[in-house]
Design a protein around this ligand. Structure first.
Ligand code: PGA
Length: 251
């Protein structure tokens, strides 16, 4: 995949089916057919099938919030990448900080999940980012480099073409505190350089890197204007159709 502008709405554990249907109906009305910007919604698992029916042949694409590191079998409660593909997903989040923190997901497991997703022809949105404590200790680059390098080393150049990265400083997620455009741009630039060192500048310039962490209709324009920021992974603000639509027009 070449470098694209992307806005992805991570609904997390919010909404009922009825509310989800309502939000998507309104979003489809609001969003323009602008092929320049890929617009993805990432609802909870139980709504995927129904929302696939509503979104197919519209401007909205569908993603899932996680997938299993296993192909299939006796893994109660888990959802396989191929099951996600079969209900209309084209994208899947891997390594969201809430999975890393609350479910102790480590880089090795995330590599397995990534491989499962790629084998099922899903595009992976791989999330990385440092905690507040790590930022205060000025360790953000070391932390992000470790998270990303493990993936850069485990995957082939071919596989990496199906990866989108999302830089989400944990201290900015759901807190209302956004990274400044300068802080975000610095990290995105650092990430692109890392890719370039491992796999060359052509690949580095073709991978989209999204910013996430209290990105909203007010600050998106300034963030997306930065040269290495290709869009946003939006949590809270993606639950409101007007805000999500406005963010998607912020390029
Ligand atoms: P937020 O969440 O926009 O609510 O900060 C972003 C995310 O966790 O993906």
């Amino acid at each position: 995949m070449s470098r694209k502008k992307i806005v992805a709405g991570n609904w997390k554990m919010n909404k009922t089916l009825e509310e989800a249907n309502g939000l998507v109906t309104y979003l489809i009305e609001l969003l323009e057919e602008n092929e320049d910007v890929i617009k993805i919604i990432i609802p909870p698992f139980p709504f995927l099938s129904a929302l696939h029916l509503k979104t197919k042949n519209t401007v909205l694409q569908l993603g899932a919030q996680d997938c299993s590191a296993h192909t299939q079998g006796a893994f109660t409660g888990e959802v396989s990448a191929s099951a996600l593909k079969s209900v209309g997903c084209n994208f899947v989040l891997v390594g969201h900080s809430e999975r890393r923190t609350y479910h102790q997901e480590q880089n090795e497991l995330l590599i397995e999940k990534t491989k499962q997703a790629l084998n099922a022809n899903l595009i992976v949105i791989l999330c990385v980012g440092e905690s507040l404590q790590q930022r205060k200790a000025n360790q953000q680059e070391t932390i992000v480099a470790t998270q990303i390098t493990s993936v850069l080393e485990a995957l082939t150049k071919e596989q990496l073409q199906h990866i989108i990265l999302a830089y989400e400083p944990v201290w900015a997620i759901g807190t209302g505190e956004t990274a400044t455009p300068q802080q975000a741009q610095e990290m995105h630039h650092f990430i692109r350089n890392l890719i370039s060192k491992h796999h060359g500048s052509e690949l580095a310039n073709s991978i989209s890197i999204l910013y996430g962490g209290s990105c909203n209709a007010q600050n998106a324009q300034e963030l997306f204007a930065c040269p290495d920021i290709d869009g946003g992974l939006i949590g809270g603000a993606s639950l409101k159709a007007d805000d999500f639509a406005k963010i998607s027009y912020s390029f």
